[in-house]
Design a protein around this ligand. Structure first.
Ligand code: ATP
Ligand code: MG
Length: 635
């Protein structure tokens, strides 16, 4: 049991040092003691960032579903694996035990096989947050098919691009989905997408909203009758450690999404180990991550990480604002949630509502609060800490990426002292470095640079599907022998990391490199401000000047905007210095976001530079109407 569960800071440092000094021994021990294998590996690690190529646990044979499901049956058969909370609070929650999950995954796997799906085939899963989504994912893994989950909020074009990029043979979907008070015609979107996807042979349709939809003869089939007829036993396909488990496209914040390929053994080991420690999960805890399974956070920390630990994981179909903005707090009270993992965008949206709805629910079950996806600004951090955690649940600000597969920099709750806006310390086995523009490593503390990782960890993505060259170019060409994250970061006087924003978004003002996160953090301190985003635009003297887009908590804010502008610049001067003052401040009703809720600065940058006819890939954009209104009102 040794190294598996870290309980205090000294132990963290000890285990961390071991994981760096003897990475192979370290991960081998974890893999041996905490997972089941059909055959053990011949070699723990082989890597070469120049090629680039990374292989963990080569020669090992396993199936991840035997680790996530089968091995729990003897001791946890009746324990809830997935706790499904429907969109409508009046609909009963569903407790799916490990035994039931096993039966349902096996049935689904048999249906896939009956439709000709074999090991290595790609299956696109475009299903809302209902149990079938997790079950379909696991069913693919059971038979060695490579799943490509596409967030069921994407448009038909975004869907068809992803289906074609990875040549999916089958699409799994539902007749429709619920989203708050709305219903969405999911099958209609699939039909439209498939007009340009000749490779798709079958569509399996789960029934969720009972709508009257078109079923294309020979191609489309209702799922339930097939499942009912299928056996609850399905032998797991024996996979190689390095066989692909899934493809997942990045969020598209900075450009065209990349189909990241994750493989089996390393991904399993790392997501399980990080889940156990980053959330300090204890048997019988109820864990809830509000992400969608369509994002990496959902893959690693709703499905694989929790289930590999025999945990109870909540799967929520709805949205934070339905039937009102108290829904999250209501669910925490109802299911006595112990670990709660969400995103800064949700925290800011909820904070905007005040504390009235948080205070009426009993949140005393909470032990750990998590944040992921974007930098969490200080004001949001305090709101989360004070009103949700009641100052007793540590906040883990977890920095990681689709490419990294698992959490990379994070406090370990009750172990690492937290600090607002800091992701703090590298997780066990992770070796971050900061580089300067000339490719030199910045040693020591109190430095600010580009975040790279200099040694492989088990769940690093192995390639971009069908485009290894792009993988090499994007991650391994900027710095010699390093994985380049694309993010900027600073390391403070005690060695804590703070993510300062994406390197693409860095703005050079009069020769100074300014990251977006610290400036936005300062702006958000203004009591009237809900959210902000800054970008650069050309300036004769300074090279670039700063353009701020600001949304107010109360859109009907009556104060004179010019006064607000002065106050915002005053705050920036106090927190950062006059160099970071904004030349232009535009108040807008919203900010352009990806469908995973992240601010898309690249669109704002184009607008501020007057390049509206060239906004780049907008297929991942959540709110095009906001973009139009920002364009209409540009300064
Ligand atoms: P794309 O790569 O397609 O542009 P994306 O980077 O938004 O999209 P993801 O893999 O979902 O796609 O997001 C990873 C990025 O999110 C990180 O590189 C970082 O910029 C940001 N991020 C995630 N977690 C944090 C965090 N805790 N603090 C700061 N930034 C974070
Ligand atoms: Mg990225």
């Amino acid at each position: 049991m040794s190294n598996y569960h870290i309980k205090h800071l000294e132990e963290y440092y000890q285990v961390y040092r071991k994981s760096i000094r003897e990475p192979e021994n370290f991960w081998e021990e974890i893999a041996e003691e905490h997972f089941i294998w059909r055959k053990k590996w011949d070699k723990v690690l082989e890597w070469d960032f120049k090629k680039p190529e990374v292989k963990w646990f080569q020669g090992a044979k396993l199936n991840i579903t035997e680790n996530c499901i089968d091995r729990h049956l003897a001791t946890r058969g009746d324990k809830t694996a997935i706790l499904f909370e429907p969109n409508n609070p009046d609909e009963a929650a569903e407790h799916i035990t490990y035994l039931q999950l096993s039966e349902r995954v096996n049935q689904f796997a048999n249906v896939l096989k009956d439709h000709g799906i074999k090991k290595g085939d790609r299956v696109c899963i475009y299903v809302p947050m209902i149990p079938e989504l997790a079950i379909a994912t696991l069913a693919c893994a059971r038979i060695g098919a490579i799943h490509s989950v596409v967030f069921a909020g994407f448009s038909s074009t975004a869907l068809s691009t992803r289906i074609n990029d990875s040549d999916c043979k089958m699409v799994i979907t539902s007749d429709g989905s619920y989203r708050g008070a709305k219903t969405i015609d999911l099958k209609g979107i699939v039909d439209e997408a498939l007009e340009s996807c000749p490779g798709v042979e079958n569509v399996l349709v789960a029934k969720r909203i009972n709508s009257d939809i078109d079923m294309k003869q020979g191609r489309d089939k209702w799922l339930q009758p097939l499942l009912d007829a299928a056996s609850t036993k399905c032998e797991a396909e024996v996979m190689d450690a390095e066989d692909p488990l899934f493809i997942l496209y990045t969020s598209g914040s900075t450009g065209l999404p990349k189909g990241m390929v994750h493989t089996t053994a390393g991904y399993m080991v790392y997501t399980a180990y990080t889940f156990k420690n980053a959330f300090q999960y204890k048997e019988n805890d109820v864990y809830w991550c509000t992400a969608d399974i369509g994002w990496i956070t959902g893959h690693s920390y709703i499905v694989y990480g929790p289930l590999a630990n025999g945990a109870t994981t909540v799967l929520f179909e709805g949205v934070p604002s339905y039937p009102d903005f108290g829904r999250f707090w209501n669910i925490i009270e109802k299911h006595k949630v112990n670990q709660f993992y969400t995103a800064p965008t949700a925290i800011r949206a909820l904070a905007k509502q005040g504390t009235g709805l948080v205070d009426i629910y009993d949140l005393s079950s909470l032990k750990v609060l998590g944040s992921v996806g974007e930098p969490i600004n200080e004001e949001a951090w305090h709101w989360y800490n004070d009103n949700v955690g009641k100052k007793k649940s540590p906040i883990i600000d977890t920095w990681w990426q689709t490419e990294t597969g698992g959490i990379m920099i994070t406090p370990i709750p009750y172990v690492t002292p937290t600090k607002p806006t800091y992701a703090t310390l590298p997780f066990i086995g992770i070796q971050p470095v900061l580089m300067d523009e000339n490719g030199e490593e910045l040693k020591g503390n109190q430095v600010d640079g580009r975040l790279c990782i200099k040694f492989p960890w088990p769940s690093i993505a192995r390639t971009i599907w069908g485009n290894h060259e792009r993988y090499k170019e994007t991650y391994f060409s900027a710095y010699k022998n390093m994985y380049f994250t694309g993010d900027g970061a600073l390391r403070d006087e005690v060695g804590y990391y703070r993510i300062t924003g994406r390197v693409d978004d860095v703005i050079i003002v009069s020769g100074h490199n300014l990251g977006t996160a610290p400036i936005e953090d300062a702006i958000n301190e203004h009591p009237a401000v809900a959210e902000s985003a800054i970008v650069g635009f050309p300036h004769d003297i300074k090279g670039s000047a700063l353009y701020g887009y600001v949304t107010l908590k109360d859109f009907g804010e009556t104060r004179v905007h010019d006064n607000l502008r002065r106050e915002i610049n005053q705050i920036i001067t106090e927190h950062i210095g006059p160099i970071a003052k904004l030349d232009k401040i535009q108040f807008s009703e919203g900010l352009p976001k990806t469908r995973s809720g992240k601010i898309m600065r690249r669109i704002l940058r184009k607008i501020s530079c007057n390049e509206m006819d060239n906004l780049g890939d907008t297929s991942t954009l959540l709110n095009p109407e906001v973009v139009q209104s920002i364009i209409d009102n540009r300064l």
